[in-house]
Design a binder for this molecule. Sequence first.
Ligand code: C5P
Length: 229
Amino acid sequence: MATDSPTPPHRDVAVLVPAAGRGVRLGGPTPKALRDLAGEPLLVHCCRNLAAAPSVGLIVVAAPADAVEQVRALVPRAIVVPGGEHRQESVARALAAVPENFQIILVHDAARALAPPPLIEAVAQAVRDGHDAVIPGLPVVDTIKQVAPDDQVVATVDRSQLRAVQTPQGFRRSLLIKAHRAATDAHTDDAGLVERMGVPVHTVPGHPHALKITTPWDLVVAEAILRAG
Ligand code: C5P
């Protein structure tokens, strides 16, 4: 029967969640993904938001190697693999665990635990629409200066052309596999690997709630976001 409503997404997206970082900048002995935010570990918030996105059919978590069983108990519906030494290695290990039927793959830092479902959907939809690599980004509000090692300003950068990039980042599966195979040095995000191959990367608007929880102050902000609903 014909209908005016758009075709509903059909859980065709797998999300890789690198969550194996120690969280040194946050302090404390607990790995960052397992740190408490309003009574629950960051990773639980993260996976709940992912599962609430209608496109997401599978979540694969790269856990700290010494906390794999603990993470399995926290997120029983996810596949959990031991993470690697660096973020890129953790992503590669999670990628290897994704069944062939998922052709759209998102990579989402556990540290961006409050990324809302509409952002996750927007990234997935942009890949579905034909962009093989998609990243969310926010306009930069500060004035940005390039500074030399001697602390002297070299130049003022045109901020209208800049974006502060977030996750989830979305990819056509074959491209993400190729990018990780071709990687020769460490990148802080997966789109960086794709850029290195000369493949276009598309941006969509980011969301302030997708902030990367890095410092104790970020936890305060995240709690305020949750309180505000
Ligand atoms: O260290 P950074 O904050 O850039 O880490 C970004 C994300 O990558 C975090 O969610 C962290 O848990 C993850 N990570 C990982 N494996 C590592 C290092 C970081 O999964 N070895």
